[in-house]
Design a protein around this ligand. Sequence first.
Ligand SMILES: [Cu+2]
Length: 349
Amino acid sequence: MIGFLISLGIILLIIAGVQLVKVLDLSAELQGKGNENEVSTEGENRTNGTLYFLFMIAFFGFVIWLTARYKDFLLPAPASEHGQGIDDMMHLNLVIIAIVFFITNILLFFFAFRYYGRKNGKATFYPHNNKLEVAWTITPMIALAGLITYGLTIWNSTMSTTKYAPDEYLKIELYAKQFDWTAHYAGADKAFGKASYRLITPANVLGLDSTDAHNADDKITKELHLPVNKPVLLTFRSRDVIHSAYLPHFRVQMNCVPGMTTQFAFTPTKTTAEMRQDPFVINKYAKINELRHERLPGEEDVQFDYLLLCNKICGTAHNNMQLKVVVETEEEFNAWLAQQSTFIDNTTK
Ligand SMILES: [Cu+2]
């Protein structure tokens, strides 16, 4: 309600401002000053030109300051086999964009400053130049073709699920619903059985068919554990709307679409414990905890954990849609998985 009143207040202020300008214009016209006001003086042009130049400096300064200020809060180095390829591609794109950004903005603001309107100045009439047209059509074309080819090569190698034999993958399904995730391990038979939304009950959140033998040994968990350096095939399903499974530290993202199964294969290369020892992560979490203590005095420190997040705005509690991910050694993983009860145990309890 307060938000609505504030918006209404701002709209009324804008309307009042517009009306005031109209009244001032009309009164100037009545006083016969209309024509004089329409032409700006050389002094005004010079002021505007200088302001453009100052704006350029402030704008670049702000961009550089923002980049330096928040660089420690970026993602740490990738923790998956394919991650470095994705990062390299992103960095190349960022460098190209930054170069174009600085050149075009320098030209824009510097020219406005250098060539502001002077009394006897005359603009050159320069309507067309074939060479120039060809150059600025061909240059972006070659640059884009190169970037797209490079991007597609990375995409194809990243999205490949045939790098390993099918039974070499650890098969896990991630089930999305508003607003949480459930992990579903395929069990010793490495296969998922039938499932249907009609079978969903509070005890059977994935709607698994208990008459299908493939489901019997499956394990359903509220944490995603992964053994390090083992290829994992993640399949995704959604119960209600489109969600997007986002594992930023592994550079993985895949949409979860109701009515269909999507998938992604990757190999985690660093355990949670190793990431907690990474100097970048230590520095990042020291800063995060500093901010937390400022805002929430007495709160305990948080430490690094891999996370699975939802990257589609899927409803009111979308921001809370996350699952803890633990990457550990194979022995630790096997010990953890052995402790989890199977689907058949749960449903016959
Ligand atoms: Cu979601």
